[in-house]
Ligand binder design. Structure first.
Ligand code: SF4
Length: 611
């Protein structure tokens, strides 16, 4: 087998055992790597009754067949488990040296199961696996702990770890690396904490097995050059995703005051050009020549890495218009190891609840001091409010009640990312049907939608969401490569089959890859349905009521809202095109067509599947 190592490493923390396992080429071709491997492993190995924070849950770190070579933006790793936030399939990708080192150590994925008796570090050095006492690191913030690990294991080692939020099992704790890059929004850090696993350190020294090594090397050089020559490259390096703040404001989709509006009075103060004035450097993932992390000095005089999502969620969505203070909140969240999208969302929810007199604690919009204290309370689960918000916005609204469910901004329990959808039904559909809950990564359709007619609820829009989900959610997440070269600088899709051929020796084209993307997407949906403890209905794919029922009051599009009936029709159209029934469950025919007979069998035991 070329391209893939053909081996997983299975680590059991309960008995400190580690074993390499082989998998075959059929698995590789059918699921590629990354998300594909993760969902297949979790589907095969998790009982539907598994408590996400129990030793029975499994945490998968999976790379893809393009990881480890010099190819643009290919230093990504998928971290996946059953989510403590949603109860469904959860994952995230993170740019990390672990991706590269793990592949060079001879593994395509590491599966962590069980629970260590005491805090531990798993240390992988090629074939050797050690379980190192982490008692002296437990309780440390992610920056300090990472620095200590780097001193011990060297600059080249790959390190993934959790901060106090992961240790305290905050439902949206992330897994962190490289001083503030993090991934695994749906609580992958909490799963790591539940297993007493503070860090995983990987060092690999082997050559990767490419089918055509010379071609691989030349392709890589050409591809990096191609990225550099793209016209939008220079501005991307200047601002990265921060350029989207101004775009969102202009187009009335900037999340503002808990998604009640799409424009923010102080948007300019937190935008890309404001960021440029504070910028002191760039940081990014391994293997990337379009690094997009903007390093600024925050109001606490610490370095903070800014991008669009963390700025709007900790800025406009909570009414905070001072970028240095936004950066300080972001730095604290990174130190504690919490997802900034979900965090900004629960903070906005708390502020609205406070304004409406539904909670005792006073949390005014835009107050830096109160917010800073509350962020720490959440990470340490301190106080009634901190502890309640640590379980996410869905859980908080269920506890508070009194109609707050209507403005608890989530889908399937995962908080909505940084785009207001009062005026964008296509993006609402993308949130509604994403693989992990309301996340933008699977189908960022909003920019195309704004250009082509945001008012439509039509087949063309559904097709676009499907197309993006195949490419981004299925193929990119499984190869495992970053979407930004394609999305942001126009690096052509045709490169990827060439990379795959050089790595694996297998000829593929995008039609074939799209089938793999569909297989992975359908198995992910099957996982959700199988692990959901109630009857699955199309209501699971409907975005929050606020966007349907409360028109915006500001901006050029004031008075806008989503139309419930048209959204439902568009959702049913999406199901038909996917080969799902009117509940949003894959039919027998669809599962068989994709070779997912086991999903048909297992789902069939729980529910009646449509033909
Ligand atoms: S573009 Fe940004 S997110 Fe993508 S690989 Fe490069 S640094 Fe990472």
């Amino acid at each position: 087998m070329y391209g893939w190592n053909g081996r997983f490493l299975r680590v059991n923390l309960s008995n400190s055992n580690a074993q390499a396992e082989q998998y075959d080429l059929t698995m590789a071709k059918r699921f590629l790597g990354g998300r594909g491997f993760a969902v297949k492993i979790l589907w095969d190995e998790l009982d539907p009754r598994t408590d996400p924070l129990s030793p029975d849950n499994k945490l998968v770190f999976a790379a893809g067949p393009l990881t480890g070579w010099s190819l643009p933006s290919s230093g990504k790793l998928v971290v996946a488990a059953k989510s403590p936030l949603t109860g469904g399939y959860g994952d995230g990708n993170v740019g990390t040296h672990v991706a590269v080192q793990m592949r060079k150590a001879g593994y395509d994925a590491i599966i962590v199961e069980g629970k260590a008796e005491k805090p531990v570090i798993v240390l992988v050095q090629d074939k050797l696996v050690d379980f190192v006492d982490a008692g002296n690191l437990w309780g440390l913030d992610s920056f300090t702990a990472e620095k200590r690990l780097r001193e011990l294991y060297g600059r080249a080692s790959g390190i993934l770890l959790i901060g106090p939020a992961g240790e305290n099992m905050v439902s949206y704790a992330t897994i962190v690396c490289q001083e503030g890059r993090s991934g695994g929004r749906p609580g992958m850090g909490a799963v790591m904490g539940s297993k007493n696993l503070k860090a995983i350190v990987v060092v690999g020294t082997r050559e990767l097995p490419a089918a055509y090594p010379k071609e691989m090397q030349e392709l890589g050089q050409d591809a990096y050059r191609e990225v550099l020559m793209k016209p939008s490259y220079a501005f991307w390096k200047q601002q990265g995703t921060m350029m989207t703040v101004e775009w969102s404001q202009e187009n009335s989709v900037l999340p503002t005051l808990n998604y009640s509006e799409g424009v923010f009075d102080k948007a300019d103060a937190i935008g890309g050009f404001a960021m440029e004035k504070l910028k002191v450097g760039n940081r990014g993932c391994p293997m990337c020549n379009m690094t997009c992390g903007n390093i600024v000095k925050d109001s606490d005089r610490k370095q903070s890495e800014l991008d669009y999502e963390n700025v709007v969620m900790l800025g406009s969505n909570i009414g905070l218009g001072d970028l240095k203070q936004v950066a300080a909140l972001n730095r604290i969240a990174d130190e504690l190891g919490m997802d900034t999208i979900s965090l900004g969302n629960v903070l906005g929810f708390a502020m609205e609840a406070s304004e409406k007199g539904l909670i005792d604690q006073h949390v005014p919009w835009g107050s830096f001091k109160n917010t800073k204290a509350l962020v720490k309370d959440i990470a340490y689960r301190r106080g009634l409010l901190g502890n309640m918000l640590a379980d996410g916005v869905k859980s908080a609204s269920e506890k508070i009640g009194k109609g707050s469910e209507a403005w608890a901004m989530h889908v399937k329990g995962l908080e909505v990312s940084g785009y207001d959808c009062h005026t964008t039904p296509g993006m609402a559909l993308a949130y509604g049907t994403s693989s992990i809950g309301a996340h933008h990564k699977d189908a960022w359709v909003i920019s195309w939608e704004v250009k082509t007619g945001r008012e439509h609820y039509n087949a063309e829009k559904v097709d676009k969401v499907l197309e993006l989900q195949r490419i981004r959610a299925g193929v990119f997440e499984s190869l495992t490569v970053c979407r930004f070269p394609w999305v942001e600088v126009g690096f052509e899709l045709e490169w990827y089959p060439k990379f795959l051929r050089a790595a694996t020796g297998i000829e593929v084209n995008w039609d074939m890859l799209n089938v793999v993307g569909d297989r992975i997407f359908n198995l992910t949906r099957a996982f959700w349905v199988r692990h959901y403890n109630k009857d699955w209905t199309s209501q699971m794919d409907v975005p929050p009521a606020r966007w349907f029922d409360e028109p915006t009051k500001k901006g050029t599009l004031k008075g806008s809202r989503l139309d419930r009936e048209q959204y439902s029709e568009m959702l049913q159209m999406y199901y038909r095109k996917r080969g799902w029934d009117d509940r949003g469950i894959p039919t027998k025919t669809t599962l068989r067509k994709l070779g997912l007979e086991d999903a048909e069998k297992q789902l069939g035991k729980r529910i009646k599947l449509a033909e």
